[in-house]
Design a protein around this ligand. Structure first.
Ligand SMILES: CC(C)(COP(=O)(O)OP(=O)(O)OC[C@H]1O[C@@H](n2cnc3c(N)ncnc32)[C@H](O)[C@@H]1OP(=O)(O)O)[C@@H](O)C(=O)NCCC(=O)NCCS
Length: 154
């Protein structure tokens, strides 16, 4: 049983550093950019998304706990100004040593329950095409593809 508990300030600080670095690497890999460009995009994205850091309204940061162990995290934003309000998942992360044991799926289920409890009947997310592990997880859980971005070198 996974529990999602609000992140401490300390956990937020280390998560946000890790997450920005990971995003910069993933973005540059997926979009065929340099790592420097990836870092710039990550820096700008964080500044515009989270002007007040962890306290930015509508953003929620949780640590995922299992039997007293910190096994990962989730970050989502409430989007309510739509005919069907939704949560937008910015990150789900199961720490390396806990991956492959069904905990990613369990964390997603816990998140889905939390969203329903706070009146958000839909969950949207973005996943990089190369992230097969995450794509498989979402597909297995019933998520459908709504957009595809394509590229060709000319
Ligand atoms: C993506 C992530 C959350 C999955 O968590 P996990 O605990 O490893 O996944 P689970 O053990 O719950 O596996 C659930 C499903 O994911 C898929 N999956 C898990 N590991 C996989 C692998 N190595 N290769 C392909 N699919 C895999 C499978 O469909 C699996 O279901 P199955 O075991 O019935 O086949 C985790 O790998 C992670 O945190 N990755 C780094 C951060 C990240 O990429 N987050 C997603 C951002 S969009």
């Amino acid at each position: 049983m996974i529990q999602l508990k609000p992140m401490t300030d300390e956990a937020y600080k280390s998560f946000t550093e890790l997450s920005m670095l990971d995003y910069a690497e993933a973005k540059s890999r997926a979009e065929r950019l340099t790592l420097t460009e990836g870092h710039r995009i990550a820096h700008d994205a964080w500044a515009s998304l989270l002007p007040q850091g962890q306290q930015t309204p509508l953003h929620h940061f949780y640590t995922a706990w299992k039997e007293g162990q910190d096994i990962g995290m989730v970050w989502f934003k409430e989007e309510r100004d739509w005919s069907t309000p939704y949560g937008y998942l910015y990150q789900v992360w199961i720490w390396d040593e806990f991956q492959g044991q069904g905990l990613g799926e369990a964390a997603m289920k816990a998140l889905e329950m939390k969203l329903k409890e706070i009146g958000l009947p839909r969950l949207r997310l973005h996943v990089f095409a190369f992230n097969e592990r995450a794509r498989k997880l979402y597909e297995k859980m019933g998520y459908e593809t709504t957009n595809l971005v394509m590229v060709k070198e000319l």
